[in-house]
Design a protein around this ligand. Structure first.
Ligand SMILES: Cc1ncc(COP(=O)(O)O)c(C=O)c1O
Length: 269
């Protein structure tokens, strides 16, 4: 997995007695992996690669050519690619990327009703698997959760009504508007955001100029300004002190208030 990465994905691997190998992925590669990373870090016991695009915590998508190179490297090694595209429909500034399923039926795709469809609390998602893995996933499901709640499944049918889809599109545009507000606002305060986030609802910002590790920065920002951000240490080990993650999944008014408070906080540092 790239480092930084969504922390739960690491823990899912541990839950299956696997060991996660985190591969440093900096802003110069959009915080995503490339084929050479896979080749360089693949060991004798490596089974596969897991990616999320757009990524949590960085809000950056993987370039289609880089994804193809990752998949080529995985296929050469007869491994598997698990592709978490939970934020796929939440991208801004270009057409929605094609699902990784378009790359072949050997790709394992994860998705959910939690983000684009706004059903976070309903605990409903989906997994698309190569045919041969379906019986294994069924056994796992039987042991882990048996089945998704029926109520959530019925409710989710409503997501595909034209009225619902129109609302999701409006919300996507609203997220784009918030990103277009938050990114320049943070840059104007002195935060380095070397890679333009183009998806999800996150901005990964470099706080190193203030001389505080991300964790201290986040704790002080919470205590002194009442604004909550997540330090880079939650998402990996590579340059963990350099970053904090901002989320713009709240309304414009609160974001404006937050930006004012952050601005006052960094001026006082
Ligand atoms: C990249 C990524 N994958 C998966 C999830 C989990 O989503 P769910 O609500 O479907 O469990 C999240 C939630 O934050 C996420 O950011």
């Amino acid at each position: 997995m790239p480092d930084p990465t969504y922390p739960c994905n690491r823990h899912f691997v541990s839950a299956f007695d696997g060991t996660t190998r985190l591969i440093p992925a900096g802003p110069e590669q959009r915080f995503q992996l490339d084929g050479d990373d896979v080749r360089a870090h693949w060991g004798p016991r490596t089974r596969g690669v897991m990616l999320a695009s757009p990524s949590n915590p960085t809000g950056t998508t993987i370039a289609p050519a880089a994804l193809q190179r990752v998949l080529d490297a995985v296929r050469e090694r007869r491994g598997f690619l698990v592709f978490d595209e939970i934020y796929n429909q939440l991208t801004y500034g270009g057409p929605t990327p094609r699902s990784a399923l378009a790359l072949g039926d050997d790709v394992i795709v994860i998705n959910s009703f939690s983000k684009y469809f706004c059903m976070t609390g309903w605990r409903l998602g989906w997994l698309v698997l190569p045919e041969a893995l379906v019986p294994l996933a069924e056994k796992l499901a039987m042991n882990l959760f048996i089945c998704p709640p029926a109520t959530a499944q019925y409710a989710a049918l409503g997501c595909f009504e034209p009225e619902s889809l129109a609302i999701y599109e409006q919300r996507r545009q609203e997220f784009a508007r918030r990103r277009d507000y938050v990114v320049p606002a943070l840059r104007a305060m002195g935060f380095e955001i070397p890679t333009e986030p183009d998806g999800a609802f996150y901005v990964y910002a470099d706080v190193s100029r203030w001389g505080l590790p991300g964790e201290q920065f986040a704790n002080r920002l919470l205590d002194e300004a009442g604004v909550c951000v997540v330090p880079g240490m939650d998402f990996g080990v590579h340059e963990r002190d350099r970053w904090v993650r901002f989320t713009y999944a709240t309304g414009m008014e609160r974001l404006q208030e937050a930006m004012q408070r952050v601005s006052g906080f960094v001026r006082r540092l």
